[in-house]
Design a protein around this ligand. Structure first.
Ligand code: HGY
Ligand code: MN
Ligand code: MN
Length: 421
């Protein structure tokens, strides 16, 4: 039965590769041909259309909300109990892999197909969900669709966010035909489960096929623009320069060294990255006049994340005097570290136990829509190992046997939760 899911993951993995091609084995991966599927692109539309077709084939009724989040429902025997929801996202980072997000969506559809094959009658309704814009690769904010769904940002505010081409999310969704009108709130949802690749080395190193997530790291983003003065690299004397890149490089070093210091404490989980860095005008013989940087700070401890974030902001604000430049700092929404539901953790553990599949409890360093959902409903996550722990890279891979095990655990968990009162 893994064949059916394998087809979905391989076929959907074509969308966003250039040129379009399928990858079925690790040795077919090409570091130059990752998956690039930001929200609102033709590739995003193609993968959404593919998923919706599979949902309909599986007998699900599909609806789309104003943020382009997709919901697909299998009715329950009872009509007065809350839904069990499961799913993930279909957008990707620039040059990512085919499993990040897609596994959670197609794995959930496969779980429903297995229930169909068995003629299983779920007491609670079960819904598959696809969240819009989890990665933040187009509209400047991670976990976009789920943030609006849980009311962390307003729907209109979310729809007016613009991508780098200056196009609003609303217009982008309309263009790909995913600007829906379903009004969603989570009052009728009791549980949410997200199946996802671990995106780290722990399960792969330990040879354990399933992870059960207890906590998800918080994420704080800081955007900084450093403005100096572009000038001639040959004629401008060193003391007279206003070099934005030299100033920015001090911030890069600060983020790395401060996060490393924090992470060196026993049990600490702090990480800090300058992942986005644009230099203008970017010519070898021109002193850089402007640098735009995107900084990502994470921790499972709110206090530690806030501490590093505030120190980084202070460091950015303190460089103008030294380098005779100007800075502009903005902080797009941040996501708090999130403990997941003990009840769902226990249910996933029971499911793995019933199936005889080894599993371990762990934390997630990556952000997930589950951390938004956890604010409103009992939420859990199932992790599956990735080869060498690599993700957000064209070299991301998960073995089919591990995928099969994780989908069995997901299916069993859905059964267990859907029967609970
Ligand atoms: O973790 C992330 O950066 C993203 O939300 N997956
Ligand atoms: Mn990701
Ligand atoms: Mn993901």
């Amino acid at each position: 039965m893994i064949e059916r899911l394998k087809i979905d993951l391989v076929e959907s993995g074509r969308f966003g590769r250039n040129p379009l091609c399928t990858v079925e084995r690790y040795d077919q991966l090409d570091p130059k041909k990752g998956v690039t599927r930001p929200t609102g692109t033709a590739a995003d539309k193609a993968v959404r259309d593919y998923a919706v077709a599979r949902m309909k084939e599986a007998g699900l009724s599909v609806r789309i909300d104003r943020l382009g989040n997709i919901f697909a429902r299998r009715a329950g025997v009872k009509t007065n109990t809350g839904t069990v929801m499961c799913g993930s996202h279909l957008d990707s980072v620039i040059d990512g892999g085919q499993f990040d997000g897609a596994l959670g969506v197609f794995g959930a559809i496969e779980a429903i197909r297995r229930l169909n094959d068995e003629g299983y009658q779920n007491a609670r309704p079960i819904e598959v969900v696809v969240f819009t814009g989890e990665e933040g690769s187009a509209f400047g904010m991670t976990l976009l669709g789920s943030s609006a769904l849980v009311g962390k940002i307003g729907v209109d505010e979310a729809l007016s966010l613009e991508n780098e081409q200056g196009k609003a999310l609303e217009e982008s969704l309309k263009e790909i035909d995913y600007l829906g009108d379903s009004i969603e709130d989570l009052r009728g949802v009791d549980y949410f489960i997200e199946l996802h690749v671990e995106q780290g080395p722990i399960l792969y190193d330990e040879g354990i096929p399933v992870g059960i997530v207890e906590n998800i790291s918080g994420i704080s983003w800081i955007n900084a623009i450093i403005r100096g003065q572009a000038n001639h690299a040959g004629t401008t004397p060193m003391p007279m320069r206003r070099d934005a890149l030299v100033a920015a490089s001090e911030i890069v070093r600060f983020v790395n060294s401060r996060a490393s210091e924090m992470a060196a404490r026993p049990g600490a989980s702090t990480v800090g990255t300058v992942g986005k860095f644009n230099v203008f005008p970017n010519g070898t013989n021109i002193i850089p006049g402007r640098v735009e940087m995107g900084i990502d700070i994470r921790d499972v401890v709110q206090h530690d994340m806030d501490l590093v974030r505030n120190e980084v902001i202070k460091a950015i604000r303190s460089i103008p005097q030294k380098y005779n430049i100007e800075v502009e700092v903005s902080t797009p929404i941040s996501h708090s570290p999130t403990p997941l539901s003990r009840k769902v953790v226990a249910s996933i553990k029971d499911a793995a136990g019933e199936l005889g599949i080894p599993a371990r409890i762990m934390n997630s360093g990556a952000g997930h829509d589950a951390q938004n959902m956890a604010a409103k409903v009992n939420t859990g996550m199932i992790f599956v190992p990735g080869v060498n722990g690599v993700s957000h890279s064209p070299m991301e891979w998960t073995e089919w046997d591990d995928i099969e095990r994780s989908v069995r655990v997901l299916t069993q968990t859905l059964k267990n939760l859907s029967q609970q009162g």
